[in-house]
Design a protein around this ligand. Structure first.
Ligand code: FE2
Length: 373
């Protein structure tokens, strides 16, 4: 049964400000950066590597308004990212959260059972002090806690400016991370939501199960945890029994374990955003034309032109608070793992539950083409 509440029942053990950035391990950051610039409209922001005195890896920071993606590639087989990449392929290694104090966040999480990956570490240069610490979450994914209040530089100590030749790209106007979803193993969803409640002090505010989300073949269960200020929202999915293999199981097989399934990015004008992304060559999930036949009955009056939404294949969902518009890319790697969601919220704090049926049919079509149903 679906469940949704706006009530806060968590404990604010430490102050969460917002998502800070998402870091990816990738096989060849130089080329990946070109893709995220040309397809998704990111701007070069900062860089570390041999030229800035870092010997064992490179990291490129790309920016778009308040959205920061960091792409890291190891420069030798001895770097731990090499083993990570050989297991998972390109993907999200760190969902970094900006906090008021990285020491407090780390130590307080560890005191409630979190596994430390990096103890609180302050680095410093002429632009000020920068704090970072990290803990483990599902699979080989970590959360870094970032303290940058007293850092006035571009990114962090050790990073220099990133200057690259211009790349033609239409500006999609992406604003910030809305939510980041994790896929976990069978029967592990409640374990992880309990982890975020107990260790982070977050609240569970949405839950849906296989009676809410299932098609003929695919099924999943999902729960969403959030920070008190609503800035950090993290849905967690696990597979559920269907006639054939769940899309979550396909992910777990190809990612060789749990990991980040999708990053949802907010826009203030989804028609402009999807037009730009399509012009830039981004490949989105197909939406059947039949989806639009009953749309106005389902969602009532909305500000956007329905014909335009149909042309761009944008999905709409409504709940008691308002509505949202969204669309999902196909997986961004050859392994069917990570993808991106574009979302515009108009009052709704939901996740598009009403679209899951239409969407799953589309996902299953793709899964079938890969022979994984
Ligand atoms: Fe989502």
């Amino acid at each position: 049964m679906a469940f949704m509440t706006n009530e806060w029942t968590g404990t604010e053990h430490f102050k969460v400000k917002d998502f800070d950035h998402v870091e990816f391990y990738v096989g060849n950051a130089k080329q990946v950066v070109h893709f995220y610039r040309s397809a998704f409209g990111f701007q070069p922001h900062a860089y570390c590597g041999p030229e800035t005195g870092v010997r064992d890896h490179v990291s490129y920071v790309l920016k778009q308004n308040n959205l920061f993606f960091v792409f890291t590639t190891p420069l030798s087989s001895a770097h731990p990212a090499t083993e990570w990449l050989s297991k998972h392929g390109d993907g999200v290694c760190d969902i970094a959260i900006q906090v008021e104090c990285d020491v407090e966040a780390h130590d307080s999480c560890v005191s409630r059972g979190a596994v430390s990956v990096m103890p609180p570490t302050v680095t410093e240069d002429e632009s000020g002090k920068f704090g970072k610490s990290s803990i483990q979450t599902y699979g080989d994914t970590i959360h870094s806690f970032i303290w940058r209040e007293e850092y006035k530089g571009l990114w962090a100590p050790g990073f220099g400016p990133l200057s690259l030749p211009d790349v033609p790209s239409e500006d999609p106007g992406l604003i910030r991370t809305d939510h980041i979803v994790g896929n976990v193993e069978w029967d592990k969803m409640d374990v992880w939501s309990e982890f975020y409640e107990r260790v982070f002090g977050f609240t569970t505010f949405v839950r849906f199960d296989d009676t809410d989300i299932s098609t003929q073949y695919s099924a999943l269960k999902s729960i969403v945890v959030r920070s008190k200020n609503w800035k950090v929202m993290m849905p967690i999915n696990e597979p559920a029994k269907g006639k054939k293999k769940s899309q979550i199981e396909e992910y777990l097989d190809f990612n060789e374990g749990p990991g980040a399934q999708h990053i949802a990015i907010q826009t203030g004008d989804i028609v402009k955003t999807i037009s730009a992304l399509r012009a830039n060559g981004v490949d989105f999930l197909e939406v059947p034309d039949t989806y639009y036949e009953s749309l106005s009955e389902r969602v009532g009056i909305i500000d956007e032109d329905l014909e335009k939404l149909k042309e761009l294949k944008i999905l709409v969902d409504r709940d008691e608070e308002g509505y949202l518009l969204q669309l999902f890319t196909k997986p961004l790697e050859d392994r069917p793992t990570l993808f991106i969601e574009i979302i515009q919220r108009k009052g709704s704090r939901g996740f598009g539950q009403g679209n899951f049926q239409a969407l799953f049919e589309s996902i299953e079509l793709e899964q079938e083409k890969r022979g994984n149903l």
